[in-house]
Design a protein around this ligand. Sequence first.
Ligand code: TEU
Ligand code: CA
Length: 553
Amino acid sequence: MEKKWWHNKVAYQIYPKSFYDTNGDGIGDINGVIEKLDYLRDLGIDIIWLSPIYCSPLADQGYDISDYYDIDPRFGTIDDLDRLIEEGKKRGIGIVMDLVVNHCSDEHEWFKKACEDPDGEYGKFFYIEDYKDGDPLPCNWRSYFGGSVWEKLPGHDDKIYLHVFHKKQPDLNWENPKLRKDVYKMINWWLDKGIAGFRIDAIINIKKKLPFSDYPVDGDDGLSSIDNMLKEATGVGEFLNELADETFRKYDAFTVGEVFNEKDEELPLFIGSHGYFSTMFDFSAESTKEDISPENYKKAVFKAHERVDGIGFLSNIIENHDEPRGVSRFIPNEDLDDTSKKMLAGIYFLLPGLPFIYQGQEIGMENLDKVNDINDLDDCANANIYETALHEGKTHAEALAHLINVTRDNARTPFQWDDSANAGFTNGKPWLMVNPKYKHINLASQINDSDSVFNFYKELISLRKNPEYESTLVYGDFSPYKSEQKNLLAYSRVGEKSVMVIANYQKDAQTLSLPSKIKKVLLSNTSKTLDNSSFNSTEIVLSPYELLVVEMV
Ligand code: TEU
Ligand code: CA
């Protein structure tokens, strides 16, 4: 595999609104990120991905952009951002911006101009169709947040526009070369500023299957999931190749795509040495619909990595701003503690690919346990989740309990810095409730505790960067080990060294025979030390949720 500058990096996702507030308005800001740069450098972070901070009405928390060239005043100014880029560089940290170009905000000037003159130049930046009340809609696609993708064009009773996400996120028409040119210009403006690259939002959606047509109804709402359309839409690659040529490739930028539904044969095109993107997220475990048992988790993750073997790098996560907290999702509630959290960390972090840490993951932040009311939460996706649950026959209490399990707000509650008011996130009133667990889960209580989840993440990062092991952990071959052994998740990474990652993904002990003897323990989540007999035998007994990272003879 051709070596790239970003292969050995460790990335960290910041959700700025909830990271750190410096001016008491209850909203995290760019200055808050700057203040915490030393914290991130000490942790060992090389790349920061910032969720969107552009001007936005925040209907979908900044994923609805009204000005791509400016920062929303709630987050700061463009000067603050320039300072962040500069301060990051001083510490060897690159800034990656979120690129949201499937859609913009309905408050973007392009859309305002389109409303003024739907047949004019900017009307063609969007998907606008003629429509009279009573007519059938151009297609029956369901928007990701519920309801039809079609909405009346403001000021025009006889026209509608397409939005696959929120109605305040009109889709941009990528078939229009003028739109594409304006998008590339904007991207290059950012790259010229010295950012390291982009995380690319919802990018598969830019190619629609045209002309618009209906797909099989798959809900009581009479609509059809966008996925049904996306499976049949071909040609996204032409857009992506042009995009990469006109922008990223010229700068050797780092890019990570939010890619779904790609086919096996498309993988080299997406993430091969000359792919559209540097890497893409592995969502295989996150998007598993069925209950995610240890066995399902193992199957999903191993398959994902075997699939890209020799092709390219995946970006590994256990959570992001769109998911509940990984530890709450992948570990049974009754077994959730520091040991099991560290086990999950070790498993995903040492897989081939690029590890991403989502803010708060490094201190083991968990989901909310309960809220009294849906209004205690914020996300625009909540209403649809809640109403669908009611519609399926759940009571209000049951629907709320379901929502609490799945809501994206679980990941969006403020970072838990310490046990003071508002978890030390703000002096004001936080924009979203603080998770009450901050009293016992917070950074201040972990930073000097060598047994904390935080210090375990720090050790994982140093291990990946340790010159003795780096080439093995970055480029070493990956092979699952004894994947048929139930609730055992083990794999080897073999390069200059031979390393094994071994996890007992259950609350009972289990015995494992190793392929050879252990030479050295590199990392473990238990306090037990292996005695000499363990080094002389190839059979080991693993305690509940034990994780061992070992060098083999
Ligand atoms: O997510 C796009 C996406 O494909 C979905 O999985 C999304 O998580 C789901 O529809 C939520 O209900 C990206 C962003 O990560 C997300 O925060 C934005 O809401 C979305 O695009 C629109 O920009
Ligand atoms: Ca603020």
